[in-house]
Design a protein around this ligand. Structure first.
Ligand SMILES: *Cc1c(COP(=O)(O)O)cnc(C)c1O
Length: 376
């Protein structure tokens, strides 16, 4: 059976986890947490990167730093993971969903302005499959209406938009290091902060409301309760696992991109024959091979293809059930305008196995089976 996902593993992880244990510093903000943050700051160019316990928590921190409150509205796509919306509704704000673009499955930037009211405080964008949203337009709208922009870049580490790292363009960016992502620490994430004026508040928020980060840097002689906060810092053992992979980031990224291209080339004839659609990467966007998906004719064909692949020992999966149609989405949100593409396109999308350890001959086999299904 070819699994849909295998957690990334390079072989060197245990050595670094052992080192963290020998350091006798297994709680947060030890050697490996610092190394991961510095690596991410250097490679993305963000002002500050704080490692967190998950991307969900990084999104929660971003919502707190934006001071979202009851009565506020936040614009986001309905085609996303629940965490994007959870961060918003946990603050009592309303989720205002707008439609996606069928080419990238990202929020349709041309529909954002029409959804803005005097209550709108922020736009949460999601870079689906590591392919950037149209950030120039989105940032321009946000500036004109004085809105904050949060990038849910959970899938988009090492991706760029017009040369800029995703996660660094909006006010806050959120990465995920869950086991399903390109780089992992089991559970984990990172908050990227563009404007240094938020760094101190963010550090306090992450450290249970204390100025412990300043204390550790020797900037204050005792640490005190300064503001509300929570515990958003991951264990240094987890960071040690992640750092091993960040040290090999190019190799991991190149391998994924190679598998992605292989799928693309093998399945192109099916697209040319009008049987399926393949992902579209717009000009100026560099992705990270996070996901390879195809689009079938409709839901019925997709269900048959999933069954066919399973019968041939390949696990394929569909993705998000649009949030506005889910119970919590109906309770906490509303869909602005018409759902032209969100439901329709989500029902056609099928993800093929994609992970670092996936072998070339496995991609050959999987693509061959998809072709067989379509009689090609
Ligand atoms: C994976 C993912 C998340 C959640 O990440 P966690 O680290 O598991 O909290 C949020 N948003 C998107 C778009 C994701 O793909």
């Amino acid at each position: 059976m070819i699994r849909f996902n295998v957690p990334p593993y390079t072989g060197g992880e245990m050595k670094n986890v052992q080192k963290a244990i020998e350091n006798m510093h297994i709680c947060g903000d030890g050697e490996f947490t610092r190394k991961c943050s510095e690596y991410l700051e250097e490679t993305t160019g963000t002002a500050k990167c704080l490692l967190t316990t998950s991307c969900t928590h990084a999104l929660e921190m971003a919502a707190l730093l934006c001071d979202l409150k009851e009565g506020d509205e936040v614009i986001l796509p309905s085609y996303t993971f629940v965490s994007t919306a959870d961060a918003i509704v946990l603050r009592g704000a309303k989720a205002v969903f707008v439609d996606i673009r069928p080419d990238t499955m990202n929020i349709d930037e041309t529909l954002i302005e029409g959804a803005i009211t005097e209550r709108t405080k922020a736009i949460f964008v999601v870079h689906y499959a590591g392919v950037a949203c149209e950030m120039d337009t989105i940032m321009e709208i946000a500036e004109r209406h004085h809105l904050k922009v949060i990038e849910d870049a959970a899938q988009a580490i090492m991706c760029t938009y017009k040369g800029k790292a995703l996660g660094t363009i909006g006010d806050f960016g959120c990465y995920s290091f869950h086991e399903t992502k390109n780089f992992s620490m089991g559970e984990g994430g990172a908050l990227l902060i563009r404007d240094p004026k938020y760094i101190e508040t963010a550090e306090i928020l992450r450290e249970k409301g204390t100025d412990r980060s300043k204390y550790f840097r020797g900037q204050v002689d005792k640490y005190r309760w300064m503001n509300f906060g929570s515990s958003y810092l991951p264990s240094d053992m987890n960071a040690a696992y992640l750092y091993t992979q960040l040290e090999m980031a190019d190799q991991i990224n190149d391998t994924r991109l190679a598998r992605w291209k292989q799928y693309y080339e093998l399945l192109s004839p099916l697209e040319e024959a009008g049987k399926i659609e393949l992902p579209i990467i717009p000009e100026g966007c560099e992705h990270n091979g996070h996901m390879f998906y195809i689009k079938t004719k409709d839901l019925e064909e997709r269900t048959r293809l999933i069954d066919f692949m399973k019968a041939n020992d390949v696990l394929t999966v569909f993705h998000y059930v649009p949030l506005h149609s889910a119970p919590a989405g109906m309770k906490f949100g509303r869909f602005h305008g018409e759902d032209q593409y969100t439901t329709k396109e989500s029902e056609r999308l099928l993800r093929l196995p994609m992970f670092y350890q996936l072998k070339e001959d496995e991609v050959d086999y999987i693509a061959g089976k998809v072709k067989e299904f379509y009689g090609a």
